[in-house]
Design a protein around this ligand. Structure first.
Ligand SMILES: Cc1cc2nc3c(=O)[nH]c(=O)nc-3n(C[C@H](O)[C@H](O)[C@H](O)COP(=O)(O)OP(=O)(O)OC[C@H]3O[C@@H](n4cnc5c(N)ncnc54)[C@H](O)[C@@H]3O)c2cc1C
Ligand code: SF4
Length: 338
């Protein structure tokens, strides 16, 4: 075991000051990802700054009709919050599709955003991995890559971001509020996670000394026509092979506004503005949704073990958008749409 210091932050200011004063410290919230990574020597923090007692555990309405979610709101509490269930049911569904009830009881909103990839080689310190050891190579490209990315990959890394929650947050166009030694700032969710490029070790645009304090949702929740569809190897307790969060605004059988994001396929939740725009004013049918899927997957590239994901993603997009259009967010209905 590698030794480390531990301290409980007494306030947000204290958390930031402790982080600034220590070299190699990390914040710890639920610990469901960080502790696992410490056990296999992937994360080796010199100090853990426990933020779980900070007053960041509230869900509050904002003046413009949105919600502000404290960084320490547990995934379970968020997914079953009455305002979230009523106004952002896509977010409830996405969170409940992740992990297990016990994990969701521990996992925090901030920690979920910052959870690290599940690429098997990232966890195995005996193998090369550019994300864990920059410059060492990528074992997944020619190795076991069934769970890896098909969009936005680089020569250096083909890992995916594993979160379900973040896929819904991408569609809802959430904002992340952070604070640090240089003050407070707001990061749009679309700019929060990065593509791997040449620096896969940098997964987000949050600096290592910044603390997430909240996530803000704008008022638009797509509560009538939404879905979160997660395709995985087991029906529960498995990461996504492909997932799609979709939100539509409809005029009868015509799409007025469409947003959708994919999980399990890239280093960040994947949206495509052109694919969403092409649906505007189109009939809500399979042909329209297939056209949008083709645009998203134009640039997709498989690496052997994960090549099946390209067709799987196409079918998942069509099915998710069809469910959202029908107003049947769960997968129970096979009824053909108009
Ligand atoms: C077996 C298993 C199955 C899982 N399945 C799924 C799944 O299907 N879908 C899914 O989405 N997730 C899944 N997860 C992941 C789970 O959702 C994450 O582990 C969890 O959300 C992380 O939250 P946490 O509070 O425990 O984070 P921690 O482990 O405490 O921290 C994670 C990271 O975030 C940093 N951090 C935490 N809070 C803050 C903050 N406020 N500001 C700055 N940095 C912070 C920490 O320093 C650390 O780097 C699974 C996890 C396990 C163990
Ligand atoms: S895909 Fe990324 S995380 Fe996986 S082995 Fe390659 S560099 Fe490491």
């Amino acid at each position: 075991m590698i030794g480390f210091d531990y301290a409980r932050a007494q306030s947000v200011t204290d958390a930031v000051q402790q982080m600034t004063a220590s070299n190699g410290a990390k914040f710890i919230a639920g610990g469901t990802n960080l502790v696992d990574l410490m056990k296999v020597y992937v994360e080796k923090p010199a100090k853990l700054i426990d933020v779980t007692h900070l007053p960041l555990d509230k869900v509050e309405e904002t003046a413009d009709g949105g919600l502000r979610i404290g960084a320490l709101v547990r995934n379970s509490d968020l997914s079953y919050h009455p305002l979230v269930e009523r106004r952002y049911p896509m977010l409830s569904s996405a969170i409940q599709a992740g992990a297990s009830q016990q994990l969701r009881n521990m996992a925090s909103t901030g920690g979920n955003l910052l959870q690290r990839t599940r690429c098997a080689y990232f966890y195995d310190i005996a193998t090369p991995c550019n994300k864990r050891a920059p410059g060492s190579g990528c074992s997944a490209r020619d190795g076991l890559n069934r769970m890896n990315a098909i969009l936005g990959t680089s020569d250096a890394c083909i890992a995916v971001h594993p979160s379900d929650m973040c896929v819904a947050l991408a569609v809802l166009e959430a904002k992340v509020h952070a604070t640090g030694p240089r003050g407070d700032r707001e990061i749009a969710l679309r700019d929060f996670h990065r593509l791997p490029g040449d620096t896969p070790q940098h997964e987000t645009n949050l600096a290592s000394d910044e603390l997430i304090v909240a996530v803000e949702l704008p008022s638009r929740g797509f509560a009538s026509n939404y879905t979160y569809l997660k395709i995985r190897d087991r029906l529960s307790y498995a990461f996504a092979l492909v997932s799609v969060a979709a939100g539509l605004e409809m005029d009868g059988d015509t799409v007025r506004e469409a947003r959708f994001a994919l999980g399990g396929v890239a280093h960040k939740p994947w949206r495509n503005a052109e694919a969403e725009a092409v649906l505007r004013g189109k009939p809500a049918n399979e042909a329209s949704f297939a056209q949008a899927a083709d645009i998203v997957l134009r640039e997709a590239k498989g690496f052997g073990g994960n090549s099946f994901k390209i067709d799987l993603a196409r079918r998942t997009i069509v099915r998710a958008l069809s469910q959202a259009a029908r107003g049947t967010p769960q997968s129970q209905s096979n009824k053909k749409i108009a």
